[in-house]
Design a protein around this ligand. Structure first.
Ligand SMILES: Cc1ncc(C[n+]2csc(CCOP(=O)(O)OP(=O)(O)O)c2C)c(N)n1
Ligand SMILES: [Mg+2]
Length: 333
């Protein structure tokens, strides 16, 4: 029997709670804008939205320090934003402009920003896990007290890489915080159709790694779990695994008729929207009023408008530069 997901009953503090709400709204509004720009053919290629899952990235990232590293999947716009990658350079990347954080060469699925230690944006399912283990190994060998947070979907547990990474990270007690975003589907495949054992924590525990499930629609529960896990990882106890139980409200990507799930199921999960439920909780506790929410929405709207203007004004990389970086450049002598 899978464990019940941890939720949070802790009393909330106003300033911090408003910051959490602000962060979740930044992701939601940024991605709503991306969907609109995709329809207008301003953004091309693939686009995977995180809408519905915002509490996971926002909550989990609260436990990370500036020096820690992050590895994410192709559903990573929110993680990049919260990590501090400027919205302007993310939007320019979505447009394919050279001012983008990956010089317009990566697009939506390959956001990358070394100054924030944000190592992608990885399109290959499970592909981020070995990167995270390698980053953590390098920290361990150089005696640095850092955490690498690795976000991945539950679809990755079907990959051999997942098991190799769990094993090595646990065997060598590497400082990795494995953040599994279990939204129940890998494209159109429900977890229960592809896994003989659907208890993901049990898989991690079989590698002798502490693992527990968390209510992924509750930003405070996500934050508490991440703090607890990051503390253990940072203090040298080895890796931890958190299963964030969440749900994506939109299609897998922009082309997906969603024939694999019932509309009613989507509607039921929307009742647990991490943003509106948190807003409700704050209002109930007298921690937020209409003015607060209006101010936050205005700030978010201004940030996104600036990002779009920046991307619009950006330049395409000149054709002569296209082969640049195929080989590394020698530093000037
Ligand atoms: C190795 C590999 N196999 C298949 C794909 C095609 N693919 C893209 S997304 C995806 C589903 C992944 O689902 P999950 O890990 O649960 O993440 P989610 O999209 O739900 O966030 C698949 C199979 C891929 N990108 N990489
Ligand atoms: Mg999934």
């Amino acid at each position: 029997m899978a464990l019940p997901a941890e939720s949070s009953q802790r009393p909330l503090e106003r300033e911090h709670s408003l910051r959490l709400l602000h962060q979740m709204l930044r992701i939601r509004r940024f991605e709503e804008k991306c969907a609109e720009l995709y329809s207008a053919a301003k953004i091309r290629g693939f686009l995977h939205l995180y809408i519905g899952e915002e509490a996971v990235a926002v909550g989990a990232m609260q436990a990370l320090e500036a020096d820690d590293a992050i590895v994410a999947t192709y559903r990573e716009h929110g993680h990049a934003l919260i990590r501090g990658v400027p919205a302007t350079s993310i939007m320019a990347e979505m447009y394919g402009k050279q001012e983008g954080c990956s010089r317009g060469r990566g697009g939506s699925m390959h956001l990358f920003h070394a100054p924030s230690r944000f190592y992608g944006g990885n399109a290959i399912v499970g592909g981020g896990l070995p990167l995270a283990v390698g980053l953590a190994l390098s920290d361990r060998m150089q005696g640095r007290s850092r955490v690498t947070a690795c976000f991945f979907g539950e679809g990755a547990v079907a990959e051999g890489e997942f098991h190799e990474c769990m094993n090595l990270a646990a065997l060598w007690r590497l400082p990795v915080l494995f953040c599994c975003e279990n939204n129940l589907y890998a494209m159109g495949t429900a977890l229960k159709r592809s896994e003989s054992e659907t208890d993901l924590c049990l898989k991690a525990t079989s590698y002798e790694m502490p693992a527990w499930p968390v209510e992924g629609m509750d930003v405070v529960a996500c934050e508490e779990a991440a703090h607890r896990a990051a503390l253990a990882v940072r203090s040298g106890e080895g890796p931890c695994f958190i299963e964030f139980r969440t749900y994506r409200f939109r299609a897998h990507s922009m082309f997906d008729p969603q024939l694999y799930r019932e509309k009613q199921e989507i509607e039921e999960w929307k009742q647990r929207d991490p943003i509106s439920t948190f807003e409700g909780r704050l209002r109930e506790q007298g921690l937020m009023n209409d003015d607060d929410l209006g101010r936050i929405e205005d700030e978010v709207a201004a940030e996104i408008a600036k990002a779009v203007d920046f991307a619009e004004a950006g330049a395409w990389e000149p054709v002569e530069e296209l082969a640049r970086f195929v080989y590394s450049e020698r530093p000037a002598k």
